[in-house]
Structures are given as C-alpha cells and as structure tokens.
Design a protein around this ligand. Structure first.
Ligand code: ADP
Ligand code: ZN
Length: 512
C-alpha cells in the first residue's frame, strides 16, 4: 500500500498542501525510487526529504556542501520537531551523534561530502539504518556545473553500497548538460528526473550599463520601498556601498565573509527582521536565508553565470508580491571574466567560456530577458513576458557598425596597446602630450569621430568588448579579439540598443 504523505505534511509542517512538484518527488522517494529534483530556489526542496525522513524507518542522510548552510537546515528541521544532527569538523558532539544514529534516534543526519566518502562514515552507516540519501546541491557532482566539487564524485561508491536505499539528488541550478551528468554520476534513471517550473513571474528583470553605480543604486532604492539586497563584487565594495547608500535614508548594512562573525550574524539578523533595510553584500549572502519580502535584488556587477544570476535574483519576491531584479554591468566585467577564464585549467575553459557567452546574450539582448532565462533552464517560454525592461520598453536597435570600425581601426593603428580613454581621445582628436609624442595626431584615424557619433563611442567600446572583438591586456590596453576581423571586413554588423528613455523616478512629493 502506498504511503500517504498528506497527514504528515499537515501534522509536522503545518502546510495545507504540497507545492508544485513536491508531491511527485515525495511519492517517488516513498516508493523507494531514485530521483533527481530540479527545483528553483524557494520552491521548497528541503521538504522533499524532510517529510519522508519523518515517515520512513531509519535516518535520512543529507549530503550538503556548506557547513553554514547545514546548521541553518539543522535549526529549521529541529524547529518543526524533526530529530536532526550534523556531523562536521566544527561539531563537538560527534560521538553523541553517532550514538543517536545507531540507536535509530535520528530522522536527519547532515554531512559534508568529504566526510561522507570516508571509510569511518561508511562503517557507521553500515551499522545503522539508512532510510534514504538526499544529495543537496547535486550540480556540484558535475564538471559541467558551475560549482564542481571533486568530493561529490566520491559519493557514488557509498551510495552503491546501499543499492536499495532511495537516493534523491536536489539542485536549483542545472542546465540540460549538467542534469544529464548528475543522472549519470549518481546512477539515477532518466525517468527519475523531475523538473519544476523556473518562472518567477512577479520578478521584473532589468539589465543596463553601469555609469555611476552609487547614483544608479540610489535611484533604484528610492523607487523601490521594502527590503533589498545589493550584490557587489568585493568586500571593500560592499562596505563602500553600505555607507554611500545611507543617503537614501534607509537603514543600510554590509555583509561579507571578512566581517567579524558576530557583526555578520547581527547584520543578517537585522536584515531578516527589517522592513526597509538595504544590505550590500557579496554573494556569500542569501544562502539559507528565508526572507520572503525582499523587494529588490541589485547586482552592481556581472554575476558569475546565468545560474548564479537566477539564484541571486530569486531571493526577491518569494512572497509572490511584485519585486525587481536590476543588473548594472560594465564592459570591464566581461574583460575581467575572460581574463579569469584564461587562468583556469585548460579542460574547464570551454565550459566557462560557454557560461560567459550565455551571460553576454542575456545582457545584450533586445528581446525578453525572462525568455532567455527560462530557455536556459530548458523551458519553452513565450517570446515576450511583459514584465522585463525590454518587454515593457522595447529598445530600438541602431546600426553602429561605422563607429565600431573606426574604433577598431584606432586600436589597430595605435598598436593595440592603449586603453579605451586614449583610443577615444585619438578618435575625437583630443590633443595631449601623449598623442603628440606618439605621433598619433598624424594617423588617418585621428579625429574621425564627429559630434553626432560622440555619444556612441562608449557604448560601442562596451559592445566590442562584450562580443570579444576587443580584449583587455594585463595592463588595461585594448587588443583585437577573434571577433574583430569580421567587423573590420564588413562581414558583421554592430547594432546598439538605443538607450530607452530613463524611467521616471517615483519619488513621493513629500520626500523631495
Ligand atoms: P529551497 O531549498 O528549494 O530554496 P526551502 O526548502 O528553503 O526552499 O523552502 C522555501 C520556503 O518555502 C520555506 O519557507 C518553506 O517553509 C516553504 N515551503 C516549503 N514547502 C511548502 C508548502 N508545501 N507550502 C507552503 N510553504 C512551503
Ligand atoms: Zn520579457
């Protein structure tokens, strides 16, 4: 007879019903089958193993990559009355936990992958009773994933020692390639994959070039009441922003891994409680935080991948009310990302490059942002969503091929060694000691960009970097990338998106 999970859902979690694919996943687990659940952040993945852990005989072993996350999950599980423990290097009660497991006194046992693959742990499991395995953040098992962790590869032998114990792999972030890899690596059959819908219709996506980050963020914050997260690239930037954004009159905090743990914990707790706080954070912030009323997530620089962007923006509007996701990017973000790719091991470079290309497509598109996101996750969304910047305010494409060719010529004629500022000075004929000394004022490209093209120069420079027609060398000088030739030879065009009229600020009159 099939087990009915509903009474347990009501009794332990107090939820009237399952959400989305939760029921499907739970039913498979209870039937003893192997499953990969691909569910976006906030969709309620934890419930899909916590609930069976309360129903099945024995302990659910949860493999989880981050100790901090594990402790959050432990607290959440204990809060609903589940018997749970973590087995990590920072836990001093490890002997007691082993005892509880062996006595059958644990519903959930959280463990890090490096420990899970060890002989001690294997012996422990063989002496007790394992009800199921849950492998959280399962994309870590794949080299295609954006977060490969070699320790995850060592899980398979452990799982295979328990062939009849159901295994449930969970991830929020997996493109088709990564999903296939997870199935292979963890021995899950194809029909065991359950994918939830990724759309977050209440989030409005907006993506634009960065000019003055602080001013742009201040505008955004003033237009968006409620709590918000600003993601910055560096620890220093989070602190600078937290200070600068205080002019909005909203409480602001910084959050990054370098802060004193007590300060960090307090800032996080303050944010979770607040109804109007802005927290400037590195991407370390947000994992394991359950705050449904975040009204905006802003990126002050390019995220690591589409997956990361989706996950980070997904922290907005979990309550279903309107929320905005705003990404401010700069050409130097792409240049830096390419540089970093050049530094990783050769085998990983193609994957990294493809990831960056997907991001470039999202940033550069004149089409629907949501459609690009959802297609990335294997869905077939409509052409237009009606709730992103490009759907609400369709940009007009403008041909900038001429200016792009002038730009590339100037880079070439000056020897592919000068930065954007200098190249632009040459193109606009701004005489300086440097240009005189270099003899560049005699070049054919000197002063060939007229008044009417002036406004296009910077966007063109950005577009050329973005499509890898230009690259930045280690000293900030511009040089040709593989995309340059086709543009110079007239085989490729460069279209710019006309900047849509700046959205009017909806500041209240009283606040002026
Ligand atoms: P994920 O791990 O997928 O990001 P969580 O497991 O943290 O998501 O769950 C997100 C939120 O949704 C939590 O606050 C959780 O209590 C809530 N939740 C999960 N399942 C349900 C449900 N069936 N009904 C209502 N709320 C739910
Ligand atoms: Zn759209």
């Amino acid at each position: 007879m099939a087990l009915d999970p509903l009474p347990t859902l009501h009794r332990i979690f107090g939820f009237p019903d399952f959400r989305g694919v939760q029921r499907q996943v739970v039913d498979r687990v209870l039937a003893g089958e192997r499953t990969l659940a691909v569910m976006p952040t906030g969709a309620g993945k934890s419930l899909t193993y916590q609930l069976p852990s309360a129903m099945l005989d024995g302990t659910c072993v949860v493999v989880s990559p981050l100790i901090a996350l594990m402790h959050d999950q432990l607290r959440a599980a204990e809060a609903v009355g589940l018997r749970a423990a973590t087995l990590t290097s920072v836990d001093e009660n490890r002997a007691e936990t082993r005892g509880r497991f062996l006595d059958g006194q644990l519903d959930l046992l959280y463990i890090a992958p490096e420990r899970a693959s060890g002989g001690d742990f294997r012996d422990l499991l063989q002496r007790g009773r394992v009800a199921m395995f849950a492998i959280d953040e399962a994309h870590c098992v794949s080299e295609w994933g954006h977060d490969f962790r070699p320790d995850y590869r060592l899980l398979r032998p452990l799982l295979d020692l328990f062939p009849d114990v159901p295994r449930l792999a969970l991830t929020a972030t997996a493109d088709a390639h990564t999903r296939d890899d997870i199935l292979d690596q963890l021995g899950i059959p194809r029909e065991g994959m359950i994918v939830a819908g990724f759309d977050r219709p209440n989030i409005r996506y907006t993506i634009g070039a960065r000019d003055n980050t602080t001013r742009q963020l201040v505008d955004l914050i003033r237009a968006t009441p409620g709590p918000g997260i600003v993601y910055a690239q560096t620890r220093a930037a989070t602190e600078k922003l937290a200070a600068a954004l205080a002019v909005t009159g909203r409480p602001t905090r910084a959050y990054h891994a370098g802060l004193d743990p007590a300060v960090r914990a307090r800032n996080q707790a303050d944010f979770v409680r607040s109804e109007d706080m802005v927290i400037a954070a590195t991407v370390a912030f947000g994992m394991g935080i359950d705050k449904p009323d975040v009204r905006f997530v802003a990126h002050a620089g390019l995220p690591k991948s589409i997956e990361a962007y989706y996950q980070e923006t997904g922290r907005a509007g979990r309550d279903g009310d309107p929320a905005v996701a705003h990404l401010f990017w700069g050409a130097e973000d792409f240049a830096r990302a390419r540089q970093r790719i050049g530094e990783v091991e050769a085998a990983r470079q193609p994957g990294e490059r493809a990831r960056l290309q997907s991001l470039a497509a999202l940033v550069e598109t004149a089409g629907c942002r949501r459609a690009i996101l959802l297609r990335h996750f294997g869905e077939h969304p409509p052409e237009r969503c009606g709730n992103c910047d490009n759907c609400l305010n369709p940009p007009k494409a403008m041909d900038a091929t001429q200016v792009a060719r002038k730009y590339l010529s100037a880079v070439f004629r000056t020897g592919q060694m000068f930065g954007a500022t200098y190249v632009e000075q040459v193109l606009t004929g701004k005489s300086s000691e440097r240009s005189l000394m270099n003899g560049h004022e005699a070049l054919s490209v000197w002063n060939i960009v007229g008044e009417e093209e002036l406004a296009l120069l910077k966007p063109v420079g950005r577009a050329l970097l973005l499509r890898d027609a230009l690259r930045t060398n280690a000293h900030g000088g511009l040089e040709f990338g593989p995309g340059a030739r086709a543009i110079l030879k007239g085989e490729a065009e460069v279209a710019l998106l006309e900047p849509p009229p700046r959205a009017r600020r909806s500041r209240s009159k009283a606040g002026e």
